[in-house]
Design a protein around this ligand. Sequence first.
Ligand SMILES: [Zn+2]
Length: 126
Amino acid sequence: MLLIDCPYCGTREESEFSCGGEAHIARPLAENTLSDQAFADYLFLRDNPKGMFLERWRHAAGCRRWFNMVRDTVTHEIVEIYPMGSLPKSKAGKAAYAESWRRDTAAEAAAQPPKTKKARAKKDQG
Ligand SMILES: [Zn+2]
């Protein structure tokens, strides 16, 4: 059994938590030009690596809050726990984030808001 450090409640047994699967899956904006295949890949494909993995967890039987975790799926070592909406700070977490196949997908690019005219003009100026 894992002992998980909830960032809000402290260390608790794994049975109090539920795993929400892969972390850092960016949702494409409503206005996008993704192909059906690219959207299906975003929607259905999930990583299941042997080694470092970035996961979402929820303290279901506690504060019910979500957080992210860097965990080795072979040794079950928890390398880092960090808040939702932020990126891992540990070396292993950064490497796992950068190496994910998702970083180069059309869905990931379609999750970024389009640059506004003002931002484009500012960039063109210098
Ligand atoms: Zn908690």
